[in-house]
Design a binder for this molecule. Sequence first.
Ligand code: C5P
Length: 222
Amino acid sequence: TTKMQIAIDGPASAGKSTVAKLVAKEMNYIYCDTGAMYRVATWYALKNNVALDDNQALEEMLKDVQLEFVPAEPVQKVFVNGEEVTDAIRMPDVTNNVSLVAAQPSVRKAMTQRQREIADAGGIVMDGRDIGSVVLPNAQVKVFMEATVHERALRRYRENQAKGIETPLAVLEEEIAARDYKDSTRKEAPLICAEDAIKLDTTSLNIEQVVAEIKKIIKKNA
Ligand code: C5P
């Protein structure tokens, strides 16, 4: 069988990356976390005092950003110009500003180009917001993962606890809803379920169950 492109999109904290990574591993495909790329741009802009809504300045800035993903357990490592930022890009200041940076056309253009290059290498599982709709419109498999805001906030809350981040559940719910709103209403490549994507409500499913569902979808489409 030829190698496929598998696009997994959905709102914040829907469990996309956990599941995408497992599917990629099982299929021996490359896994690409596109959210991490937008997070890196945001982290770097914050660090270098680049205005987060300055399309042109961000475009210039990205020319200096060397991004590297290194496979590792339990999460892949992320490096920017040789500096490890794996944890830094998950911190609340990045999370709460990333939607603004990701809405800038120059940033989307640069990242989309990188993502397509990565996908050209062969079998790929890519997760994000606009993978099935914009980045890989010809993907053989498109899944749109959903879950209630409450369930997603709960998942993030438990993740945070393990990392020692103390944000109240109600605040997480607000932050997640705000990020989804910004990502869904931006002009360029908004968060959307592609017409030919299969919706998967994961509210009452655990990780293994979601992976099993996605494998069924892959079998049907292969
Ligand atoms: O997936 P994650 O939550 O890490 O994504 C962080 C942010 O990056 C999203 O809230 C969104 O603003 C942006 N993003 C995007 N397009 C993608 C992936 C992420 O705009 N394909």
